[in-house]
Ligand binder design. Structure first.
Ligand SMILES: NC(=O)c1ccc[n+]([C@@H]2O[C@H](COP(=O)([O-])OP(=O)(O)OC[C@H]3O[C@@H](n4cnc5c(N)ncnc54)[C@H](O)[C@@H]3O)[C@@H](O)[C@H]2O)c1
Length: 323
């Protein structure tokens, strides 16, 4: 697709994924209109985008329908990335999570419908599968979320499908599997790779919740951004697509790989109690996305980790040697 002249709106733009997506869309020539309430996002993530004349940032909340109606005027594509994104916090504050992740999604859909937006691409999550034993996860299998966050994403996907069936909106949900890369926050509620990178830099041992046999399909941000671009280029209305690397790794293997890459093999891996809401195994079957939007991941975990660490070292001028 030629993005030149297209008006593309990103919600949650100051967050990890939204800001990377904005940079890529601007490179492709799109006009990017964007929104974030800065609950978890940071303006620092927009340092490249804000210098681009084709980028517009609005501080605001997706729970405010009137604000969205103004913003959605003449918009072609909406990328809905804004969310209450912490699984552990959703266990503590389920209502807040529902408010943003379900009511917020309904607002987005209603605003898009009223303002004749052509397409909505929604950031869903592998958390909808919960702890069902079948691996890899296929889109048509049973979903049994084990956190309020997972329930909210499942409800939102269903709304996306219904708004396609009932109102003809072109909606596509992308179920991301554990994304990592530049701009991911190092906080107790972040992804494990960002947390462990912070610990490696501080020369602290790595802490694993559970016995380390849990596995994840860690997916590099550049592949997730590419999936979003492809979802704009290829129509998959009313569909739900897994977006993963298709390469499961246990947490112990990941910890060892990170220590090896960073020359920090003297650090220990410490095992503690599992966290409520954490899934045991997660691994994506991506054949549907390969078929419908021609998705093909380019980064395995080692390549993604190295690319991420190099970006981090450069950005924060850290002394860390990468193998
Ligand atoms: N990072 C992952 O591994 C992962 C995996 C699966 C799904 N997802 C989904 O991808 C999307 C982006 O995730 P991320 O990792 O970039 O998270 P993030 O927390 O970095 O970004 C989310 C952004 O949404 C903003 N936001 C929150 N509530 C808002 C509101 N009410 N109004 C406007 N903005 C609001 C936050 O300030 C933040 O900038 C989310 O929908 C998330 O659920 C992420």
């Amino acid at each position: 697709m030629d993005f030149h002249g297209k008006r593309v709106l990103i919600t949650g733009v100051a967050g990890f994924i939204g800001s990377n997506l904005a940079d890529r869309l601007l490179e492709l020539g799109a006009n990017v209109i964007s929104v974030d309430n800065l609950f978890n996002g940071r303006l620092e993530n927009l340092d490249i985008a804000l210098k681009n004349k084709n980028f517009e940032f609005h501080k605001g909340d997706i729970r405010d329908l009137n604000f969205l109606l103004d913003l959605f005027k003449d918009v072609d594509i909406v990328y809905h990335q804004a969310a209450f994104t912490s699984v552990p916090q959703s266990v503590i504050m389920p209502n807040n999570c529902n408010d943003v992740n379900v009511n917020g999604v309904l607002n987005i859909l209603n605003a898009a419908r009223r303002m004749d937006v052509e397409k909505i691409i929604f950031a869903s999550s592998s958390s909808v599968y919960g702890d069902t034993p079948t691996l890899p996860k296929r889109e048509d299998m049973r979903r049994l979320p084990i956190s309020p966050y997972g329930v909210a994403k499942l409800a939102s996907e269903a709304y996306m499908q219904v708004y396609h069936q009932v109102y003809g909106l072109k909606t596509t949900s992308l179920r991301y599997f554990n994304v990592f890369g530049p701009r991911q926050r190092d906080s107790p509620y972040s992804g494990v790779i960002a947390i462990w990178l912070g610990r490696i830099i501080r020369d602290d041992d790595l802490i694993v919740f559970g016995d380390g046999k849990n596995s994840r399909d860690f997916t590099y941000i550049k592949d997730v951004v590419q999936a979003n671009i492809l979802a704009a280029e290829h129509d998959a209305p009313g569909e739900i697509l897994n977006i993963g690397a298709n390469l499961p790794i246990t947490l112990t293997e990941l910890a060892k790989l990170m220590l090896k890459i960073t020359n920090k093999e003297h650090l220990n891996i410490i095992y503690t109690d599992p966290r409520p809401g954490d899934i045991i195994h997660s691994y994506a079957d991506i054949s549907k996305a390969m078929e419908l939007i021609k998705f093909k991941p380019q980064y395995n975990q080692e390549q993604g980790l190295k690319d991420y660490f190099k970006w981090y070292i450069n950005k924060y001028e850290i002394e860390l040697q990468i193998n």
